[in-house]
Write a protein that binds this ligand. Structure first.
Ligand SMILES: Cc1ncc(COP(=O)(O)O)c(C=O)c1O
Length: 441
């Protein structure tokens, strides 16, 4: 061994003896791992903040004598009614807005596709996972939006993560509504772009932010949703378009809850406001709500879609949508267009719910009465109790608790389906009024 190697060996041996971090104090038991000492809590899942938060919530529910409102098992098709715990319930917790998940024609499309293509496409579409049904679905989506092209991902969440994460970078800026879905937040974080939220639906705040910051960044993207899933309200799309144009930014609209719901024919926010489809740069949507499947899509210009199809990691490095998942969404999209009365029934029953809820003095926030109506009760324990009481009476509605929303706006969130009836709604709202009167003396 040379002198140099000898010295190196001695230094390495010393370094191995010396702990890299100061040992923890007496309150913090530690266990030695190799040369360093690590606080024991950092090695255990039960000490993870996430696990502790869940344990705290469970304990809170137990003390109030409530059952866990999460992971309820639906034993059949979840539509306006659903079988839960062996009981047929009224169901307001599923986003089967057009009642197409469970429609025999949609189910048959899935069966036919699985018989023809098997259960997996067994590769990323870029390599050997491409099947005719993919192109058919994407062309149908692009036609529905009247844009050049569309691309379908295996998950709605992954669509936002991959699209934002890929398109934007550290020299760019993403401005988003403060209520934007987690998938867009995660995508924005992944991209490394500067991220600034603006107050919900506040176009003046967005305009001011762009005036202040636009010049310091290369690409700028504004992200909003077509219909906010906690509140049931919509953005002022024409105003957003005007602002993004003036500041030379891109506009992305997440239509997870608005496609199939807004507009006379269910064509979403652009139909609701009668704006030309090209005024929005990136249309995003999911296959899991009105379209009765699973997955997400981006619709827009040929260049945008081609870029994502070749390079978005959640598309390129992930398996293609299984044919039996693509086929029912394609069938649901066709049925939505052939049976526009579904959309009209959804509008009518949602408006009825909103009017009746308001007539009983419930706080429905800014909901416009389109498929999503919250009843804001102002406290998580109260929301959990009301949901529990209603469930006892065979009515399933999800409580939305802090931290999903601020504590003072904890709520019951009602999803409507075109298959709900007025009688079901009257019964539900009467039961809620009674439960409220009992819970708040
Ligand atoms: C606004 C919004 N975007 C994206 C998603 C993710 O879609 P998926 O659940 O289909 O993955 C959701 C989920 O509900 C959503 O509400």
């Amino acid at each position: 061994m040379s002198r140099r190697d000898e010295l190196k060996a001695q230094l390495l041996a010393k370094a191995r003896q010396r702990p890299r971090q100061a040992p923890p104090g007496p309150a913090e038991p530690a266990r030695a791992i190799g040369p360093s000492r690590v606080a024991e809590r950092l090695t255990r899942f039960d000490a993870h903040p996430g696990f502790q938060q869940i344990a705290m919530m469970r304990e809170g529910a137990r003390r109030l004598g409530l059952t866990d409102p999460f992971f309820k098992v639906h034993e059949g098709i979840a539509g306006a009614t659903s079988r839960i715990d062996g009981r047929e319930c009224l169901n307001f917790a599923s986003y089967n807005y057009l009642g197409l998940s469970g429609d025999p024609r949609v189910s048959q499309a899935a069966c036919d596709a699985v018989a023809r293509y098997g259960t997996s496409v067994s590769a990323s579409r870029v390599v050997s996972g491409e099947r005719p049904i993919h192109g058919e679905l994407e062309r149908a989506i692009a036609e529905a939006y009247a844009v050049e092209d569309a691309v379908a991902f295996v998950s709605g969440h992954a669509t936002n993560v991959s699209t934002l994460g890929y398109l934007m970078g550290p020299k760019d800026l993403i401005l988003h509504d403060e209520y934007i879905h987690n998938s867009s937040l995660v995508g924005a974080q992944l991209s490394g772009a500067k991220r600034i939220p603006f107050a919900h639906n506040d176009t003046d705040a967005l305009d001011a932010l762009l005036t202040r910051h636009r010049g310091q960044f290369e690409r700028v993207l504004v992200v909003i949703e077509g219909l906010y899933s906690m509140d049931g309200d919509v953005p002022d799309l024409p105003r957003f378009i005007d602002i993004k144009r003036r500041h030379q930014a891109w506009l992305m609209v997440d239509e997870a809850h608005s496609f199939g719901v807004l507009g006379e024919r269910g064509l979403g926010l652009r139909e609701h406001f009668a704006v030309p489809p090209d005024d929005v740069d990136i249309w995003m949507g999911t296959l899991s709500k009105s379209l009765a499947g699973c997955g997400g899509y981006i619709a827009g210009s040929r260049e945008l879609v081609e870029t994502l199809r070749y390079l978005a990691p959640g598309f390129l490095y992930s398996v293609g949508l299984p044919a039996q998942v693509a086929a029912p969404s394609l069938a649901a999209l066709a049925l939505m267009q052939q049976e526009p009365e579904r959309v009209q029934r959804l509008h009518a029953i949602s408006r009825y719910f909103l009017e009746q809820a308001r007539a009983r003095g419930f706080d429905t926030g800014h909901s416009i009465g389109a498929a999503v109506v919250p009843v804001i009760v102002g406290s998580s324990p109260l929301a959990a109790r009301l949901s529990h009481e209603l469930f006892e009476q065979g009515i399933n509605v999800q409580p939305i608790l802090h931290p999903a929303v601020p504590e003072k706006s904890a709520r019951l969130r009602f999803f409507l389906s075109c298959e709900h009836t007025r009688e079901q709604i009257d019964r539900t709202l009467d039961a809620l009024a009674t439960a409220m009167a009992t819970a708040i003396p």
